[in-house]
Design a binder for this molecule. Structure first.
Ligand SMILES: [Zn+2]
Length: 673
């Protein structure tokens, strides 16, 4: 038996008066087990980063094994600052693939070994909570001999939602499991991926973050709270915490391995290869994003010595880096000693991460030029900044600035496909026809109103438009037709009509026509193929199963406006993705586009609304025509078609005997005279 004697100071405020009656030194004898002795043993204070290199093993990483600070050198500062005495809240706004979650878990490992107390980790949902427990937290404990010694050895001590160690408990929760967040005093709180949390933790509850924070009141003098996330929008949890809650924000400064210039890296200095020859206007275009990414054609240019850094040079620069406060440039630990802040923020972009290549970043940016959702991704996942769309046309002149010289009902020569969108009304149909290049530059070539179903059939299956002055013509390649379900329909009979029409015309004339509906929730992408529908809304059995395309109309409208803006502004007209209007486009078109406005609704979320219930059918038709070129559209995006056409042209010039066959294949796609 190990008898330990504890010496108690007479001035201890919690000492019961009865004990003060004893004269002389106050002593207390207790029996401690081996692990308890280990916990209470006086440790020399060491930094978390030093502790990590001795006792932390990484399992979920591209570089598994003993923790090395040189892999993600910036994490060392974040971890060490977390245990600075004054610091209680650590806000980390970061890109994915940055090592943030692993770094915070290392802090928990340190807490287990050096400064124990109950832990609560809150994840956005149940699955993420379970996965983090099983794939990260438990392996962190079992893979480290030091931490493993704190396990009790009992089987039920590592549960799905709780880990019981000899001297402390670790709880897992998710944002909606409100009951888990109540009534347990917690010293260490980890809020992970907080921009994915729902607004409330459950019925009649406040938000999950406040609920979680209330748990730490017992430990208000020595608790630690980490809030981590990739940002989404300005009103999102992490951006609010970083900009409103943090008393100071730290940025990471690196050192050029060539000239020693110490600076914060910015996106502007990431450069990539361009075409060797200029176009007819003398502009040099970027090589395609895919080529830049696959052939690693991007680099970072030192703003001081102009030396080109490879990804490897970047890693060296980051190893010679430090965190500095955004306003005064004071080094992290120095700042903490001087100002003793309680709430600190770290903000970092993807290019300091060893897991992200400059070429990936450049490609993500280039893809964003023609696709607003990819631009949003670039903004959130590389700049680690919230997304804000501020290019929305507010008047008819702005919309009509996207007009070009193109005559109505004429296809530009560079176009490779036509798509059509049809918005069904109670009486008649609104439609648009758009011409597209493989890079998703597009032109409105035809729009208007059709009275009968027959007229729509003629438009989709029979119309053909002249291609410039080539003498060729082009027909519609894909079309989308709204099947309704919205309030604009009287009863359900119109939806029923639309279903029968779609089944009857399936596969007709080689045109891919999909029935669509607006998705009720936001989708991960732009489109989703729905489950097979077997009967009409009124219950009649359909002659064949029908699948509809569900559209995230919010994203699609953002995308449309973004592309229209590219075409409307002189300096962006040449970018891929610009959406032009033909020369005859009139105020009638602009009015329908302007019917909807983007408004801030509940909790700061932005939504497209039609405040005055004006006709907006051409906007809907434009959305339907443009989803036809999305990657997620059944059959794939336009690039696939472009590649196929290119292959055919190549083999046609290679081998004359094949050309007849090629011409047939090509015509079956879209070019029939
Ligand atoms: Zn340099």
């Amino acid at each position: 038996m190990n008898l330990t004697t504890v010496h108690i100071s007479r001035s201890a405020p919690w000492l019961p008066p009865s004990m003060l009656e004893q004269s002389g030194e106050i002593r207390h004898h207790i029996t401690l087990s081996e692990t308890e002795r280990r916990v209470f043993r006086k440790h020399k204070k060491i930094l978390v980063s030093k502790w990590a290199e001795m006792h932390r093993y990484v399992t979920m990483s591209v570089l598994p094994g003993r923790w090395k600070n040189e892999v993600t050198p910036y994490m060392a500062g974040v971890m060490d600052a977390s245990f600075f005495p004054s610091v209680q809240t650590i806000i980390i706004c970061k890109p994915p693939q940055w090592g943030g979650t692993e770094g915070v878990l290392t802090c928990l490992g340190y807490a287990i070994d050096r400064d124990p107390g109950p832990v609560l980790c809150i994840y956005p949902d149940e699955l993420t909570a379970k996965e983090n427990n099983q794939d990260r937290i438990q392996p962190m404990i079992t893979s480290s001999p030091r931490l493993k010694a704190y396990m009790t050895g009992s089987d039920d001590d590592a549960g799905m939602m709780r880990i019981k160690l000899t001297h402390m408990l670790i709880y897992m929760a998710w944002a909606r499991s409100a009951s888990r967040l109540a009534n347990k005093p917690i010293r260490y709180l980890v809020f992970d991926e907080i921009d994915k949390y729902p607004d409330t933790a459950g019925k009649n509850e406040t938000d999950p973050i406040s609920l979680g924070e209330a748990r730490a009141i017992t430990y208000r003098h020595n608790c630690k709270k980490w809030k981590i996330s990739t940002p989404t929008k300005e009103t999102g949890n992490i951006w609010q915490a970083l900009t409103k809650e943090a008393q100071v924000i730290f940025d990471y400064h690196v050192t050029c391995p060539f000239c020693g210039h110490h600076h914060k890296m910015i996106f502007k200095n990431i450069k990539w290869e361009h075409e060797k020859e200029p176009d007819e206007k003398g502009d040099y275009h970027s090589l395609p994003a895919e080529t830049i990414e696959s052939d690693k054609l991007a680099w970072y240019e030192c703003p001081q010595c102009s030396e080109h850094w490879t990804d490897y040079d970047r890693d060296r620069a980051v190893r010679q880096g430090v965190w500095r406060d955004r306003n005064g440039g004071v080094e992290l630990m120095e700042y903490l000693r001087l100002h003793r802040p309680a709430k600190i923020g770290f903000h970092a972009s993807s290019w300091i991460s060893p897991f992200v290549s400059f070429s990936t970043i450049a490609a993500a940016f280039l893809k964003g030029l023609s696709d607003i959702n990819k631009l949003k991704d670039f903004c959130n996942k590389h700049l680690a900044e919230p997304w804000k769309l501020n290019v929305i046309s507010k008047n008819a002149d702005q919309i009509l600035s996207a007009r070009c010289d193109l005559k109505p009902q004429t296809v530009p020569e560079s176009a490779i496909a036509l798509t059509c969108g049809v918005d069904k009304q109670k009486h008649g149909f609104w439609f648009v026809v758009r011409a597209w290049t493989a890079e998703l530059t597009s032109w409105l070539i035809h729009y208007g109103f059709l009275e009968t179903e027959d007229d729509v059939d003629k438009l989709i299956y029979e119309s053909s438009y002249p291609v410039g002055d080539t003498g060729r013509t082009m027909r519609i390649f894909r079309a989308c037709k709204d099947t309704g379900g919205g309030e604009k329909y009287e009863g359900m009979s119109m939806t029923e009509e639309a279903y029968y029409w779609l089944i009857k015309n399936r596969g007709r004339g080689g045109v891919a026509v999909w029935g669509t509906k607006g998705a009720s929730n936001s989708l991960p992408g732009m489109l989703k193929i729905g489950e097979p529908i077997l009967s009409t809304p009124s219950g009649k059995k359909l002659p064949a199963a029908l699948r509809l395309l569900h559209i995230d109309t919010h994203k699609a409208k953002d995308q449309y406006h973004y592309r229209l803006q590219l075409a409307a502004q002189e300096d962006t007209r040449n970018l891929p993705g610009a959406a032009f209007l033909h020369s005859g486009t009139g105020a009638d078109y602009a009015e329908q586009i302007l019917a909807e406005e983007k408004q801030i609704v509940d909790k700061g979320a932005e939504e497209w609304v039609n405040p005055h219930q004006r006709p907006n059918h051409l906007l809907d038709a434009e959305i339907l025509a443009s989803v036809c070129v999305e990657m997620e559209f059944p059959g794939g995006g336009l690039r696939l078609l472009a590649e196929r056409l290119r292959q055919q042209t190549l083999s046609a010039s290679d081998n004359k005997s094949k050309s007849a066959k090629v011409a047939v294949t090509k015509s079956s796609w879209m070019q029939r005279r």
